[in-house]
Design a protein around this ligand. Structure first.
Ligand SMILES: Nc1ncnc2c1ncn2[C@@H]1O[C@H](COP(=O)(O)OP(=O)(O)O)[C@@H](O)[C@H]1O
Ligand SMILES: O=P(O)(O)OC[C@H](O)CO
Length: 492
């Protein structure tokens, strides 16, 4: 058998192809950013063709840089930004519209009309612009002739995993159950598309992909990787949970990328949240029982840093945020709530918008940047609290990963604000690693979950240093700042 497994990680900001060996060590990678297209306030789009072109380039360069051939890969796994909706023409394979990205809020008026109890009960998701269903509905209602073509099966829908599999295999229309669970169209009890939901959103079944498990051979990649089996697909947050080897109920991780996502494995029984969390599918291998997770999704995490960098111009690179924030001892009472797309978990307030409060003439870019790092940590604390209330178990440490965890100050603040240790693994690219692990397990490259667990090694651990009084004061001020962001826009 070939000695390596590949992972294609198509994230909100960038696309990367990574290659791992049997010990879970990274052998090589290539990564390319794509454009964040924001034609109007609240709209966020990606160009599906650009994403596909970047996919081909990252695969080619990663192979060239490592001197490997496709035949050296035993399989690849795919992992992707979730919820983002892509529609394309079945005959030409061309996108029929820009992809509507998970952060996009243009469909808030459609969400406001939904029966929240029905949606939540059927899908495990609180109705929100975040999920795919209203994005597809919006495209069908606002593109002349599209609905008629979709009804005839001429126009297809998929989340980004489906788009990539379609292109990699030359025309298979599939998704996996973790991605399907984010569309707001799948029943959590049948794990199939739900006819009543399809009717509510006006989405023809003919345009939907077939729902497969997260780990099985879907086909071989004829483009870019001739002959290599595609053996796993998971949404990126579920892949990170898997890559962090959270295989047992109660094990959790938090990934800090463009958004922030805390997932806890809840075993083979879905746990319903009473505190603003999502019930989602964590993974399923073949016909085995599905494993579920509780998730706290935070809309803006690294994107708050990107915003200060790109829109406001406070620093040159994301890494500079750490140096700038470290130049002051604290945020001196400044709070930054990056509710750019409203607030997700545990608040689910589409009417909220971002705010920086507590400013005086004394404050500088350093205080605001430090407040952004604190906000990432306070938002995470809010979902950790909700998780503790739902499960009755408090976390005794937090496993972290994702781009923002390169920021040691942010991780120290996270430990201070949570009051528990924060642990980052040696392989911080746990999303890609999780997709590789799932693919490797599906083809027998790795034999057991225990073998994968033995590969996890801690790189760095941060210990809490704040007094309980300081922590309590910070949390009170954070919640006061949250209150000031609410009721800012009308969503009906
Ligand atoms: N040193 C850093 N400090 C703070 N934020 C960072 C740092 N490095 C990267 N980021 C942020 O991390 C995000 C990218 O993380 P990544 O895990 O690649 O995200 P995604 O999967 O969403 O594309 C960006 O928003 C970037 O601004
Ligand atoms: O691209 P990321 O890592 O920010 O993840 C995006 C999530 O999948 C959205 O639900």
């Amino acid at each position: 058998m070939a000695q390596y497994i590949g992972a294609l990680d198509q994230g909100t900001t960038s696309t990367r192809f990574m290659i791992f060996d049997r010990a879970g060590h990274e052998i090589g990678r290539h990564q390319l950013e794509h454009r964040q297209i924001q034609p109007r306030s609240g709209w966020v789009e990606h160009d599906p063709s650009e994403i596909w072109e970047n996919t081909l380039k990252t695969i080619a360069v990663a192979l060239a840089d490592t001197g490997l051939a496709p035949a050296d890969l035993a399989a690849i796994g795919i992992t992707n930004q979730r919820e983002t909706a892509v529609l394309w023409d079945r005959l030409t394979g061309e996108p029929v519209a820009p992809a509507i990205v998970w952060q996009d809020t243009r469909t808030d008026y459609l969400v406001a009309r939904l029966d929240a109890a029905l949606i939540q009960d059927r899908t495990g998701l609180p109705p929100a612009t975040y999920f795919s269903a209203t994005k597809v509905q919006w495209l069908l209602e606002n593109t002349p002739g599209l609905l008629a073509r979709a009804e005839k099966g001429e126009v297809l829908f998929g989340t980004v995993d489906s788009w990539l599999i379609w292109n990699l295999t030359g025309g298979k229309h599939l998704t996996d159950v973790t991605n399907a669970s984010r569309t707001m169209l799948m029943s959590l009890s049948t794990l199939d598309w739900d006819d009543e939901l399809l009717a509510i959103f006006g989405i023809p079944r003919a345009m939907l992909p077939e729902i497969k498990s997260s780990g099985e051979i879907y086909g071989t990649a004829d483009a870019a990787l001739p002959g290599v089996p595609i053996a796993a697909t998971l949404g990126d947050q579920q892949a990170a949970l898997f890559g962090q080897t959270c295989f047992e109920p109660g094990e959790a991780k938090c990934t800090y990328g463009t958004g922030g996502f805390l997932l806890m494995n809840t075993g083979t029984t879905p746990v319903r949240s009473s505190h603003g969390l999502i019930t989602t599918v964590a993974y399923r291998f073949g016909e085995a029982a599905p494993v579920f997770a509780l998730e706290g999704s935070i809309a803006a995490c690294g994107s708050a840093i990107q915003w200060l960098r790109d829109q406001v111009g406070m620093f040159e690179t994301s890494a500079d945020s750490e140096t700038l924030a470290a130049s002051v001892d604290d945020s001196d009472g400044v709070c930054f709530v990056p509710a750019f797309s409203g607030l997700y978990a545990p608040y689910w307030r589409p009417d909220a918008r971002g705010a920086i409060v507590g400013l005086s003439r004394f404050h500088t870019a350093a205080h605001i940047t430090r407040a952004a790092l604190e906000a990432i940590s306070y938002q995470t604390r809010d979902v950790v609290e909700a998780m503790a209330q739902d499960t009755g178990t408090a976390l005794d440490a937090l496993q972290v990963d994702g781009g923002v965890t390169a920021n040691a100050l942010c991780m120290q603040l996270q430990s201070d604000i949570l009051g528990v240790p924060v642990s980052r693994p040696v392989v911080a690219e746990t999303t890609a690693l999780g997709a590789a692990y799932a693919a490797g397990l599906a083809i027998g490259f790795w034999k057991s979950l225990d073998e994968l667990r033995a590969n996890r090694h801690e790189d760095r651990r941060w210990q809490p240093s704040w007094s309980a009084e300081r922590r309590a004061g910070g949390i009170t001020r954070w919640h006061a700042a949250i209150d000031r962001t609410l009721d800012w826009v009308s969503v009906s």
